[in-house]
Design a binder for this molecule. Structure first.
Ligand code: ADP
Length: 393
């Protein structure tokens, strides 16, 4: 369109490749009087100049180049030998041109370059230049639109691939759940019967079957929580009740251990809006981890604080902590550090389940290294302030 309405010999559009940012010739229209586009080295360089600095550039009839001073960078280096290039004013000189390069700008981004040329010279008065700039603006908008459509299509393709992967994952999980749990139940029942006849090995079989069963349960829970198919019941709950229940649940493991509990003092009770059993499960996991990953002679610490709009449960230990490179990864399913502690029964699902449970109810679970050594895991859930609580009647 530009070539025919402007009556030029050829018109080229160069666009920036999204991946490498390089400028490539994307479209070319030439009339009957075929004339070469900017394949000559200096002209190829001019295209890159225009794409880099967003200025106009031209090639005069005698083959010398001119570039307008840069709008984006007044100190832009000249890539051209001064014998062939000299800076021109914003409109450059009204000399006849063989080639004109215009940047394609969308907002502040240079998305490409428009080049037009005529072997016998371009007749470009100020009004034609204005028309050309307007055309280049619309061309740039067109380029941007194509890019946005392509991005949207790409996102849609990814979404569909994700959906297919999810369906596959669900199918695998359903099968794992059924095909693993059914024989496990049989193994456990038989081991239990044999253990009753006094064979200690059967007890081990039973324990291992339990462990495998827990693993399958966790796997299914995680996938259910992450898929949003997990039912929750967020209601006002007292932090103290949650702490009491969590300590009670871990008491079997931590009987020989000092556990220091600190509840922020204040007149109003510390109340949050959370699902009691989900939050309990997350908190118990943090306490069990703190116990597993720190020396028994050191105390475990559990503190509850008001951090509006959150109620924060901090579990701190004096273990070896988590190295910087692993701090995000420990929250991923199945992640266990390679040089980690010996196998102490976990499968690397606990923290990802705990975080998913926290996030699903609008909270969070984060890690911080502890001053003086060790870890602090903080579980945050939405707090309710006293004014939001229904008055007792
Ligand atoms: P698991 O304990 O079953 O391996 P988790 O998801 O609970 O799974 O934890 C993942 C990893 O994070 C653990 O293997 C451990 O390396 C690290 N980790 C968790 N809690 C602590 C902690 N309190 N101190 C040090 N490392 C921890």
């Amino acid at each position: 369109m530009i070539r025919s309405t402007e009556g030029v010999d050829w018109c080229e559009v160069y666009l920036r490749e999204p991946e490498h940012g390089t400028i490539v010739l994307t479209a070319r229209a030439s009339g009957d009087r075929t004339s070469e586009g900017p394949s000559v080295l200096a002209e190829g360089q001019l295209v890159h100049w225009v794409a880099e600095y967003g200025t106009e550039a031209s090639v005069l009839m005698d083959g010398t180049s001119r570039v307008a001073s840069s709008r984006t960078d007044p100190h832009a280096p000249s890539v051209f030998d001064s014998s062939v290039a000299s800076p021109g004013g914003p409109d450059m000189l009204a000399e006849p041109l063989r080639v004109l390069f215009l940047p394609l700008n969308v907002r502040d981004r240079i998305v490409g370059v428009l080049a037009i040329g005529a072997a016998t010279g371009l007749d470009l008065g100020p009004s034609r230049r204005r028309v050309l700039r307007a055309l280049s603006y619309y061309a740039a908008l067109g380029v941007e639109r194509v890019r946005l459509v392509r991005d949207a299509e790409h996102a849609e393709a990814l979404r569909q691939a994700d959906q297919r992967a999810d369906q596959l994952k669900d199918a695998v999980l359903a099968s794992v759940s059924h095909d693993l749990r059914t024989p496990l139940t049989t193994i456990k029942a038989l081991a239990n019967a044999i253990a009753a006849s006094g064979d200690a090995r059967a007890t081990t079989i039973e324990q291992e079957a339990d462990r495998l069963n827990r693993f399958v349960e966790n796997l299914l829970d995680l996938s259910r929580i992450q898929a949003g198919g997990h039912r929750r019941n967020p209601v006002p709950n007292d932090a103290e009740d949650l702490v009491g229940a969590a300590l009670q649940q871990v008491s079997g493991h931590t009987a020989t251990r000092e556990v220091i509990v600190e509840l922020e003092s204040g007149r109003a009770p510390m109340v949050g809006l959370f699902d009691f059993s989900d939050t309990l499960r997350a908190l118990v996991n943090l306490l069990e981890n703190a116990h597993k990953y720190s020396p028994v002679v050191t105390p475990l610490e559990l503190a509850v604080r008001r951090e509006p709009p959150w109620l924060a449960f901090e579990v701190a230990d004096r273990g070896r902590g988590v190295v910087a490179a692993e701090r995000d990864r420990i929250f991923q399913p199945f992640y266990r550090p390679v040089d980690g502690s010996p196998d102490i029964g976990g499968a690397g699902l606990g923290l990802s389940i705990a975080r998913s449970l926290a996030v699903a109810q609008g909270g969070s679970l984060t890690y911080e290294p502890r001053d003086g050594g060790g870890s602090v895991f903080t579980l945050r859930v939405p707090a309710l302030d006293a004014a939001e609580l229904e008055p007792d009647v």
